[in-house]
Structure formats: C-alpha cells, structure tokens
Design a protein around this ligand. Structure first.
Ligand code: ME8
Length: 663
C-alpha cells in the first residue's frame, strides 16, 4: 500500500521499553517524537492511533529483579509506573499503553506461535552459537571476530547450545527484498534502508525463537519447557494491543497503516524479523520503520558509571515539558545522532522561545491592547492589502503545507524550522511596518490590517506549534482571546481571517522568561557536583580509612623508581576469561606494539566503560600466567577503600598517544 492510499489512517508505535531501569532521555526522545507526529495527524483529521508500552519479559528483567531481591513481576509493576508518570509529565497523548505481561498480549503471542508451528514456519531444532546475554541475541560466526564480543553492544559473548524452535526467516529473504524494492519509503532514513537491504542480501538464517534456559517469558503453547524468545514476544505487542485476531477488532482498521518508530539500535528486529513474521501470518508488513539517531551527552556516551545519564524528570522540573520537548525535536536532524547539553537547551529557550516566539506574541498583543483597546481589528480591510502583508500571509499559508510535508517525512526538526521561519518573518514584519508610527502617518485601516495580520499569524502559530508544545499552544491561544484547544477543528481549513466574532486579546504571563546564564551556570555547577558526589557514595565525603596512611613503605632511591617502565596504553579490546568472574583480558595498544594483560577489574567496569580508555601500565613487570593467559604488564588504579571495593583507573587525557612514557 502506498503512502497516498494511507492518507487517512495513521497508527504509530514507540518501541516498548525495558523495565530493568529508569527512563532516560533516549526513551523520552522516541516517545516525544511519536507524540508530535500523532498529534499532528490527529489535528489533520486522520484516523490516528498512538501506542507505547513496556517490554517486561526476558533475561534482563529476570536478572535485574534478582539483583534487587524481587520477583520479576514485582520489578515490572514498580518500574512501569516510572514510564507512565513520565509520559504524563511530558504530555504524551498515547491512546493505549501495553505491557507484555498482560493477558491480552500473552494470548496473542501464543496464537502467533501456534499458527506459525501449524504452517511450518516455526520448527524444532538445536541451536548452538555465540549468545549475547544483554541483547538476548545469538550472532552468526560470520558476524563476530576473534574477540567474541557482541557486534552491537560490545559485551563478551557466551557459547550456548539448546533445543530450540526456529522461525524460517531464510524463506522470506526474497519476499523482503521484493517488498523493500517496491517500497523504498518503508525504511527511513535512506542510509538505514541501504544498511538493511545489504544485510538481507548478505543472506538470512533461520532464527531461534524459543529458550529453554529462561523461565521469565511466555510459555510456548503445547511445550512449556520453552519460553518464547523475548524479541518475538516484544514485537507482537504492536498488534496484540489493537486486538488481533478478533473479528471487528481495532487492528482491522489500524494495521494497514502501522508505522514503527525505533532507535537505530533496533532497526533490524523491526525491518527484517518482524515483517517476515507478519508475512508468514498473512499480515501486511509495517508501512514504515523509521530509525532515529542516538543521543550522546556533552559529547560523551551516556553511561551510569559516568553519572551523565540525562533524567527527563529533572529536565521537566527545571525547564518545563514544552521547552524540553522543543529542544530535543529541534536540536537534531531527525535520523541523525545528536548531542545533549543543558547549555544548548538554555540557549534555545532564550533565543527561539523567549526571543522569537515570546516577543512576537508580546509585541502584537501589547499593540492591540494599546491601539485598539484589546479588540481584534476586523478582517474586512484585507481588500486593501499591500505587498508586504500579502507576502507574510502567503508565507503563513505555505508554512502549513511545508510543515505537513516535513511531518510526512518524519522530520519534526524540519517542520519546526519552517515554523520558526514564519515566526521570524512575523517579527521582521513588525520592524518593517512600525505599527507605532502608523496611527500618525497612515489611515486607521492600515494599522488594523497590520495588527490583524499579526494576530492571524499567531493564531496559526498556536495551531502549528501545538503538536510540539501542547501547553504553550494553549497559552498562546488563550492570550489571543480564543477558546478551546488550538487543535480543535482548525486544521486543515483553518482559514486566514475566518473568525469574525468579537475577540478580545488578553496579554498574560510571559511564555518563556529569559534565563540569566551566569545565574543558571551556578545552579548547574552545583547540580553536577551533587551528581558526582552521589556517584561514588562509598568514597565521597568520607575520611579515608585509617589503614590508608598508617603504613608507609620504606623509602626508595630515585633510581629504584626509574627502573619502572610506565607507559600510556589504549584499551582496544576487552574479553572475559572463562571461569574467572573477576578477570578481564585486555588487549592494549602501546603505540609501537600490542600487549595483553589480565586484570581483576571485571566487577568494577563493563567492557564499554573500558574500550578506548588511555590508561597507565607498568610494562616491565615479569609476565605471569592467569588461567593460562600470559599477562604482560599491570595497570595502575587507585582504591577508594582498603577493601578495594571501589577503584578508579589511572588514565590520561585523549591527546596522549599510546606508548607515551610516564615519569
Ligand atoms: O530496546 N538515544 O528497549 P530499551 C536515543 N525493549 N534513543 C535512545 C537512546 C539514546 N541514547 N537510548 C535508548 C528495547 N533510546 C526493546 C525494544 S520493541 C519491540 C522492543 C531509545 O528500553 C530508542 O528508541 O532498550 C531505542 O530504540 C529504545 O530507547 C530502546 O529502549
């Protein structure tokens, strides 16, 4: 089905989020983007449905629950409330929220499985392979190098073998290629389309879709030694939530129009496995899978251990939901990666929201109040419109269609840019028409025309900004003297000058007060400091234990120290050592040579924390064997307590080349 046939239906989904942790900016981003799109389509009069939810089965959840001494469902019940609360605070307008532990979902997942066994698309076999626990995915040998780390998350893989049901993914290779060749918009952006196509063309293997090793999952119907592979379980949420396969269920209306928004990390599940499963069920594949980019924070990857995870609740508390929504949607070109910085957010509030949008509203209302007692000038004077006014009106009208086209392409940033071009033109129009002089030099109708033109632009701005900043739109609308919601029946024939009723504007509170940067910086620095302190609770603010300075070692000569060869080394690869819980095998780049060292730091760092770090290594220590692996040196680290429970690696900044000597 082409986009054209689909014009009136719009069913949009977010990924369903894992409940093993609290929501962060990445989750908020996907959901905000979907919300803007859903609101846009609703306002346009399309039959719109917007779904989000949580992914509650699988190893990750089971492990997280064990760690906290809870049952998996207790953990799910607790964490799911964080998501629900966040969506409320962010003004998310989802029509439904699905949890994969709900009966309505479990029964549909089992229905899929049963049907696919019956059709022969799922069969029983044995699986042996390299498995990534965090991603819950097996990887074919061809995709993993000598390091045996996960190609996606870079964590070490585990060799596993189990009896397993398989989905005949290979059978759908040609059908998928054919489908995507006919529907190049079905995967966006283009780079992702190309990536997925070449992945499919490189050959698809059947997919293991059950586990005997995992209890926390949906039992395979008729064989409850197996649970359904969590990704298959998760993907089915999109259709279980709309009542498939009931006759007369919502799915009959929604499914032909389904679009999935995902982060780029999970594009293959959605554009290879899922469409193939749908084809096997005789259902249409998604109309579109759009993969957006990844957020970093102040140029760095987000990670708990770095303490730089952006908490959307905190952002809403400080800046308000609308400013945060606006920032994440405007700051990056949708589909590309983006970098989050609070300063950039504050700058956008000051420039785009306070200066551009806020000023346009303020100046206009102030003048209507001052020159017309707050009464909206009549529209009849439009017959006298001059060039400059027509230009602005035409721009307003074309902004609407321009934004519509951008939203169709899933480009909220493009849509916002177009809207801000109109806001900019509105401000320029005030500068050029100089309404404060008009009363004197021009007939009254001219001033009427200018004020009415500005008011109409603002009415349109309220309507067009509504999907992105719902609350702000309502506030603008109220100040313009209008009742109801900015999305009420205005779109698409909102009609310039259409309102003839008596309207009195009511200048209200400033929409976005300017933020004083030096003052803001003080608060920001204090928050960052508090965050770092919270990060190392065992060492922060605590006197070092007495044993730290109690026993000095005997003094040495400088020549003793000079015997040590300490150099900067870059960590290139991190592997686990079999049967050794504490050990990592680190492959190091020493500039002029490569080395392997074995170090007992596994409980403190994930491989991700380590890869790429420039650390200090004692190079001329006699090699020693650990678990059969020769270790050619020793890394330097500080301990926060004498029990060695918190350590910090001695590192140097990135500008130092590997091999650089340390004196
Ligand atoms: O993958 N930048 O759930 P999840 C941008 N349960 N977006 C990010 C991000 C970042 N740094 N981090 C996460 C799962 N996201 C599965 C999905 S769907 C059938 C099952 C967003 O909790 C992005 O949308 O790990 C990504 O796809 C999603 O969060 C992953 O959330």
């Amino acid at each position: 089905m082409s986009e054209k046939d689909n014009e009136r239906g719009f069913y949009l989904t977010t990924p369903i989020y894992y409940v093993n942790d609290v929501p962060h900016i990445g989750h908020a981003y996907t959901t905000i983007a979907c919300d803007a799109l859903a609101r846009w389509h609703r306002a346009r009069g399309d039959e719109t449905r917007f779904l989000t939810g949580t992914d509650e089965h699988g190893q990750k959840i089971q492990q997280a629950a064990e760690k906290r001494g809870m049952t998996p469902i207790q953990l799910c019940d607790e964490v799911v409330t964080n998501y629900k609360k966040l969506w409320e605070r962010l003004d998310i307008s989802n029509d439904d929220f699905i949890r994969t532990t709900e009966e309505r979902h479990i029964k549909v997942t089992q229905y899929f499985f049963k049907k696919l066994i019956e059709s022969g698309d799922i069969y029983m076999g044995t699986y042996e392979g390299w498995y990534c626990l965090p991603c819950e995915t097996y990887f074919p040998d061809a995709q993993i190098g000598d390091g045996k780390v996960c190609p996606d998350c870079k964590q070490p893989l585990t060799r596993m073998s189990e009896e397993s049901y398989f989905f005949r993914l290979s059978k759908y290779q040609d059908a998928l290629i054919e489908h995507y060749e006919a529907h190049p918009d079905a995967i966006m952006p283009r780079a992702r389309y190309n990536e997925v196509m070449s992945f499919i063309r490189s050959g698809l293997q059947d997919l293991s879709v059950s586990r005997t090793t995992l209890k926390w999952g949906i039992p395979v119907p008729g064989n409850d030694r197996h649970t359904v592979y969590v990704w298959l379980d998760a993907l089915i949420n999109y259709i279980s939530a709309v009542g498939y396969p009931e006759k007369g269920g919502k799915w009959e209306v929604c499914w032909p129009h389904v679009r999935h928004m995902v982060g780029k990390d999970i594009i293959r599940f959605h554009s290879v496995i899922w469409p193939a499963v749908l084809m096997a069920m005789g259902l249409n594949p998604p109309v579109r899978v759009f993969a957006h980019g990844w957020w970093t924070v102040e140029g760095d990857k987000m990670s708990k251990s770095k303490g730089n995870v952006v908490n959307p609740f905190e952002m809403v508390d400080i800046y308000g939901a609308d400013a945060f929504r606006y920032f994440v949607l405007r700051e990056v070109s949708f589909g590309n990666d983006g970098d989050f910085s609070e300063l950039a957010l504050v700058n956008r509030i000051n420039s785009d929201l306070a200066n551009d949008m806020g000023n346009l509203l303020n100046r206009t209302l102030q003048m209507i109040e001052k020159y017309r007692n707050g009464k909206l000038p009549p529209v009849s004077v439009f017959s006298r419109s001059r060039d400059i006014d027509t230009v602005l009106r035409d721009l307003a009208v074309s902004t609407l269609s321009d934004m519509d086209a951008r939203m169709d392409d899933f480009s909220p940033d493009g849509a916002l840019k177009a809207l801000w071009a109109l806001i900019g033109a509105g401000n320029k129009y005030i500068d050029e028409t100089q309404p404060w002089k008009l009363g004197k030099d021009d007939p009254d109708e001219r001033l009427d025309l200018v004020l009415r033109t500005l008011w109409e632009v603002l009415r349109l701005v309220a309507m067009l900004v509504h999907p992105f900043m719902p609350n702000t739109a309502v506030r603008i609308q109220a100040q313009l003297g209008l009742e109801g919601s900015p999305s009420d029946g205005l779109y698409p024939d909102w009609g310039w000058g259409k309102l003839t009723a008596d309207v009195t504007v009511k200048k209200g509170e400033v929409l976005f007060p300017r933020i004083d940067i030096p003052k803001w910086k003080e608060g920001y620095d204090a928050r960052m400091k508090a965050r770092l302190t919270a990060l190392a609770p065992a060492s922060a603010g605590k006197e070092p234990p007495a044993s730290f300075d109690a026993e000095h070692k005997p003094q040495i000569e400088i020549d003793d120290f000079k015997k040590l060869e300490i150099r900067v080394a870059k960590i290139e690869r991190v592997e686990t050592v079999e049967k050794a819980k504490k050990l990592y095998k680190l492959s190091l780049d020493l500039g002029f040579e490569r080395r392997v060292i074995v170090s007992s730091i596994r409980e403190f760092f994930t491989p991700e924390d380590l890869i790429g770090k420039k650390i200090l290594v004692l190079c001329n220590l006699k090699p020693a064997k650990f678990r059969g692996i020769e270790s050619e040196g020793m890394l330097l680290a500080a301990e926060a307590d004498d029990g060695g429970e918190i350590i910090s690696l001695a590192t140097v900044d990135d500008s130092f080349p590997p091999g650089a000597p340390v004196h």
